[in-house]
Design a protein around this ligand. Structure first.
Ligand code: CAO
Length: 444
């Protein structure tokens, strides 16, 4: 048996590029051209293939090591080759010493070469767990760590995907397409997905990669941890939930007058009652009347909640967070106002505990303190609706006899159309508008 060293082949100008995945372990039998190691430069992901059939003897690099052309990646016992001598001692990892008796030079297989020019659409990934098992692929998904990370964030089980990359490798676009298929209903989410086979045909172009410096000076800032987490959640919710947004305006003239009086009365106590506190109370009344809004999808079932926890989007220096005010149905407006103040203060200081952001039933996103006339809020899964609130404006409103100046509050209700019909959404927001116009209705 002869042992050969597998080295990083010619990779153009790339130097010191990280190993992002090792696809084999000592003892694995590999065919010629089987992917052994994945390297990722800032421009491309490349698989290093096996130069020959054989058995992996020893790994010389680990994930995270940086390598260049000539770096020894592993040693391999060639299949069917008999040698009298044992293998040469291993050269330490991440050196670029070329071997005097070089094995056949493998060629690199780029799995993604981002380019601003359009590329042909990727083949459609198939969703066929049975076929994967028949093909001997088992449950171990063949994907790079970055693809695994995206899949984890989007809640995609990679074992359900057959990749379209070289030798069945699962690529970013395979995960994206799978999510699109779930969203379009071609592949149902949850347990029912196990019963569905291949389908879905959304051909997504790869994300455009542009060398911005070509066009002018730039600055690159890493995303904050909160932004990365909230971004992944927002992307999943936007892609997987069929959103519709219903708009309306509530006459809050009386409510604002009442709120101003309350604030005068509570000034000494240092309590500020914001509009948000009333919105929470009004939403609880609407959720009671329309229980399908206080619900979550669970596979083929709808889980209706008998508690009323209201999340609210809070803008913090580190990004968006959604604290949850628990049991809002059992609290008065003053207590809600106090708690909202405490929660948003802790949110801004980055001191919210995980439990304070869990268990929400419905969310409110208020941009009224900043401005704007309307927006389409993204549902906070697994909730099924979210209320967006914009800035109130005094408008002339026809009262049947004349125009009267009224303070009108714009509302934007986004809902999950898989759970809520348009008519139900129109009824919900109409009721909400009535409650805000006269909060006494919340007691009925
Ligand atoms: N119309 C007009 N004025 C409004 C208003 C509305 N809809 N909502 C609030 N205001 C006023 C308040 O009355 C207050 O004015 P005064 O100081 O004169 O009384 C001022 O705007 C500031 O209010 P606030 O924003 O501090 O208080 P709030 O309770 O309304 O909001 C909170 C609290 C946490 C929701 C808010 O600070 C915040 O973070 N908003 C951003 C939410 C967000 O980012 N949403 C988008 C999510 S998706 O990216």
């Amino acid at each position: 048996m002869s042992t050969i060293e597998v080295r990083v082949p010619a990779i153009g100008d790339f130097k010191d590029i990280p190993v992002i995945d090792i696809l084999v372990k000592p003892g694995d039998a590999v065919k010629a051209d089987a992917s052994l190691v994945t390297l990722e430069s800032d421009k491309a992901t490349m698989d290093v293939p096996s130069p020959t059939p054989g058995t992996v003897r020893e790994l010389k690099v680990k994930v995270g090591d940086r390598v260049s052309e000539g770096t020894i990646l592993m040693t391999l016992d060639e299949a069917g080759v008999v040698s009298a001598k044992p293998a040469a001692p291993a050269t330490p990892a991440a050196t670029a010493t070329p071997t005097p008796t070089a094995p056949p030079t493998p060629t690199l297989t780029p799995t993604a070469i981002p380019t601003p020019t359009p590329t042909p659409p990727a083949p459609i990934p198939s969703f066929a767990p049975a076929a994967r098992e028949e093909a001997g692929l088992g449950k171990v998904a063949h994907a790079s760590p970055s693809v695994r990370k995206v899949a984890r964030e989007l809640g995609v089980d990679l074992a359900r995907l057959a990749g379209t990359g070289p030798r069945g490798r699962i690529l970013h676009q395979d995960v994206q397409q799978f999510v699109k298929q779930v969203m379009s209903g071609t592949v149902p989410a949850g347990a029912a997905a196990e019963r569905v086979s291949a389908g879905g045909t959304l051909d997504l172009l790869p994300w455009p990669r542009v060398d911005f410096e070509k066009f002018g000076p730039i600055e690159t800032r890493p995303l904050s941890r909160i932004r990365k987490i909230s971004g992944a959640n927002l992307a999943r919710n936007w892609v997987m939930i069929p959103h519709v947004t219903q708009f309306d305006e509530a006459d809050v003239t009386e409510l604002e007058a009442f709120r101003a009086r309350l604030n005068e009365e509570n000034e000494k106590a240092g309590l500020k009652v914001t509009l948000l506190a009333f919105l929470v109370k009004a939403c609880v009344a609407a959720l009671r009347r329309f229980p399908e809004f206080n619900a979550s999808l669970d596979g083929d079932s709808l889980v209706l909640k008998r508690y009323f926890n209201i999340g609210f989007a809070a803008d913090t220096p580190n990004g968006l967070v959604v604290p949850v005010l628990k049991d809002a149905d059992r609290k008065g407006v003053l207590d809600i106002a106090r708690e909202l103040g405490e929660l948003s203060g802790r949110a801004r200081e980055g001191k919210l505990g995980p439990a304070e952001m869990q268990g929400g039933c419905f969310s409110i996103s208020s941009l009224g303190g900043i401005g704007g006339t309307a927006f389409t809020p993204i549902i906070n899964a697994p909730e099924v609706a979210v209320l967006g609130v914009s800035r109130s404006v005094t408008k002339p409103v026809w009262d049947g006899a004349q125009f009267a100046p009224r303070l009108m509050l714009p509302l934007s209700l986004s809902y999950d159309h898989r759970v809520i019909d348009g008519a139900a959404a129109a009824r919900f927001i109409t009721y909400l508008v009535q409650v805000l116009a006269d909060m006494r209705r919340a007691m009925l």
